[in-house]
Ligand binder design. Sequence first.
Ligand SMILES: Cc1cc2nc3c(=O)[nH]c(=O)nc-3n(C[C@H](O)[C@H](O)[C@H](O)COP(=O)(O)OP(=O)(O)OC[C@H]3O[C@@H](n4cnc5c(N)ncnc54)[C@H](O)[C@@H]3O)c2cc1C
Length: 331
Amino acid sequence: MTKKDVLIVGAGMTGLTAGLALAEAGKSVTIVDKGRSVGGRLATRRIGHAVVDHGAQFFTVRSEEFAQAVRMWEADGIVGVWTNGFDSNDPDGHPRYRTEGGMSQLAKHLAAACRNAGAEIVVKQRVDAVIDSGDSLTATYEAATRVPDEVDAMVITSPVPQSVDMLRAGGTPVPDDALLVTYDCVIALLVATDDDVSGVLGPIGARQAPLDPMFTFIADNKTKGISPETLLTFHTEPALSAALWNLSNDAILDRLQAELSRVLGSVKPTSIQVKKWRYAAPRSGHTDRCLRVEGTSRPIYLAGDAFGEAKVEGAFRSGRAVADALLDGSE
Ligand SMILES: Cc1cc2nc3c(=O)[nH]c(=O)nc-3n(C[C@H](O)[C@H](O)[C@H](O)COP(=O)(O)OP(=O)(O)OC[C@H]3O[C@@H](n4cnc5c(N)ncnc54)[C@H](O)[C@@H]3O)c2cc1C
């Protein structure tokens, strides 16, 4: 196997953004993800004919750096404005973007750009250890179905507790700051119905906390414009998600039934799926956009939406920052 310049763990927004910048700058890059497809929390599922975003629901744009990328994705027909606010009577004017066909399509678009720039993308491979042998950095894989990758630099973009596990398993130093990063979990309910939901969710097709105390976000993927059929996404409030976390899916549905009925009124579900996000959003993140692991022979960086700022935009900016750090340092 040819030794690559950089291995990126995680093909979510952070890893794909970093991979694209590095590959376009001429680095040889492999991006590896344990998931069946790219995207991470940019996650879309098909249920029957319906299409449902069950992780990130939309994204906002605050920085010029991200705005430039979003303008390109808009020109390519990948993303578009869903709404300028969730209160139809009082829009706040800030565009919320959706991805055509669901959030995972944005990740697929970025993955295609990475491949065009020469990067290799590997899915269904879980890194279990990151080893610094002095001559190079090595990632080993859980299933041993892939020869360990040896590289000159590594970027680890998984949620930080998972990144810490990989470092520890390989005997690689763990930055103290990484141990301070924590996340909220979220339980998502994906609710199919044949009924008209406009009376529940209004013309924009969504409600956001604090309008509902138990669900931080409720959206109809059809009204949002990504699904041919109605399918609702409910995100359960983090403290309630944590309280229910260890229950079976059936028991979670039992416990949330009354809250669901309160919101749905006369709308009757035809099916409900449960999706758990253990690391949904950083509760306490790190102020820098990426974090170099000290004491290694070659650069290992931690990056992701826990660094600098949260959400899709934060992940994008962390990906750019870690690529810049590797390129500026000629590492
Ligand atoms: C329920 C929910 C709602 C959200 N709503 C919004 C929203 O409306 N707006 C918004 O802007 N943001 C939202 N977010 C946050 C947004 O999705 C994230 O900030 C962003 O997608 C994070 O991207 P990332 O690349 O940093 O991390 P991730 O997308 O988590 O990518 C990390 C990747 O690492 C991979 N990985 C982990 N461990 C390993 C391993 N051992 N080996 C190989 N690969 C591994 C994972 O499979 C994953 O693909 C939401 C998130 C959730 C979960």
